[in-house]
Design a protein around this ligand. Structure first.
Ligand code: ATP
Ligand code: MG
Length: 406
């Protein structure tokens, strides 16, 4: 036996608990959609409007993370379009778009395979979008996913973008029938503070995806776990416990899949024959951490910066929580932060509101006698994770560094 036979023997678990770990990858396309019959029905009814000559100009599809919005919306639209010649579906994910201009460019890219330079302006890009759509079937469903990520723009307001998309002259002139399906975590009208001319152009059709309940998570996870693990590798008790905890804490299918993957890895490391309740327990926090850290990586630079200030004070050997707005501001003004990153009080307040909407911080007002009313700020997760993420954020963030896109 060569050195390498021994090496590979050593690293190959004798009786691995996993059969096909990839089945637990949340990005892997599942065979079937479970527990979203009501939402699929609503989406299908909206699409069926095509046969009667009306599809609402906008549809808001919203709900917390990991509740099947992207999966169900794409699947139902794709299946409908493949049965209906008069309909085309285009899907655009706006997660990486920092500005409204780049969001419009991303749509253009999906339609034509090309992007335009900033000099053509938002109007220039939209003009080309309408030209491209002229050659499309009678109806186009445009799915704009993760649209709530696009709100940090110094040149255009969200209302400018939506006004062009819904009421743009080029579109009206050419008589283009477009239905824009907006997928996000919050209801957009509330989140983006759209002005009234845009609101009146939007329909109030919406489809809500609630967090999954235990039985629903069980039906989603069962077929995935059966593929992923050897038979009997996950005890019934561990399955029920994991599903219950995942539903109680998150209602999120993505996190639930991660939880069972990590629990399986723990069982393997400990040479256990089955995944036990304990393996679930030790990973509940690890799963939370993984999800939060990936959210932190995706934050725009200002948002991350403000979080480092919120978690920047120490007290008794620990990170001080909660902190006040004044403490946050004075941390940002301290010499640890370069002058060019100075945001100013109003910008910081705005960022804090965004962070609260994203569920990353909680704020409340304390009355402190003579000092008056003081705003308290606290992270909704272990504050140390911000510090742990810092180096990686600076290296990997798409929001820092040279901006060549626009
Ligand atoms: N009803 C379901 N049936 C089967 N698998 C599901 C279901 N819901 C979610 N999943 C699994 O969870 C993953 C995440 O779901 P999806 O991407 O649709 O969530 P989302 O609601 O769009 O979340 P986010 O708000 O974070 O974008 C899917 O890729 C799929 O693997
Ligand atoms: Mg999604």
């Amino acid at each position: 036996m060569s050195k390498y036979d021994e090496l590979f023997d050593e690293v190959t678990a004798e009786e691995s608990l996993f059969r096909e770990k990839g089945a637990l990858d949340p990005l892997a396309e599942p065979d079937g959609i479970h527990a979203r019959d009501a939402q699929e029905h609503e989406l299908a009814s909206l699409l069926a409007g095509v046969h009667e000559g009306y599809v609402p100009p906008t549809v808001s599809i919203y709900g917390p993370p990991g509740t099947g919005k992207t999966l169900s919306t794409r699947r139902v639209c794709r299946e409908f379009a493949s049965r209906t010649d008069a309909v085309a579906v285009e899907y655009v994910n706006l997660k990486e778009c920092r500005t409204l201009f780049s969001a419009a460019n991303e749509i253009l890219f999906e339609l034509t395979g090309e992007k335009r330079g900033a000099y053509v302006g938002l109007d220039g890009v939209f003009e080309e979008i309408w030209t491209a759509l002229e050659g499309y079937p009678e109806w186009t469903i445009l799915i704009l996913d993760e649209i709530d990520h696009v709100q940090y723009d110094s040149n255009y307001e969200p209302s400018d973008f939506f006004y062009r998309l819904l009421r743009g002259e080029g579109k009206l002139k050419r008589g283009i029938d477009l239905s824009v399906w907006l997928v996000s975590n919050e209801l957009l009208e509330v989140d983006l503070r759209l002005d009234s001319r845009v609101e009146s152009a939007m329909s109030d059709e919406s489809v809500f995806f609630p967090p999954y309940r235990p039985g629903e998570l069980a039906s989603i996870l069962k077929p995935r776990l059966e593929r992923a693990f050897r038979e009997g590798a996950v005890s019934e008790a561990a399955f029920e416990y994991g599903v219950r905890e995942a539903a109680r804490r998150w209602g999120d299918a993505r996190k639930a899949l991660t939880l069972f993957r990590q629990a399986g890895e723990t069982a393997s490391e400990r040479d256990l024959e089955t995944v036990t309740r304990e393996c679930i327990d030790v990973n509940l926090e690890a799963t939370d951490r993984e999800a939060t850290v990936s959210k932190l990586h995706d934050l725009p630079a200002n948002h991350f910066l403000v979080l480092t200030a919120v978690t920047g004070w120490d007290q008794g050997g620990k990170i001080k929580q909660p902190v006040t707005t004044a403490e946050t501001l004075s941390m940002l003004e301290s010499e640890t932060y370069p002058d060019e990153l100075d945001l100013g009080e109003r910008a910081v307040q705005g960022v804090l509101t965004d962070l609260e909407t994203m569920g990353l911080v909680e704020t409340w007002i304390d009355s402190r006698g003579r000092e008056g009313r003081v705003k308290q700020i606290e992270t909704t997760f272990e504050p140390q994770w911000v510090r742990d993420t810092m180096v990686h954020y600076v290296e990997e963030s798409t929001y820092l560094g040279t901006d060549t896109e626009e």
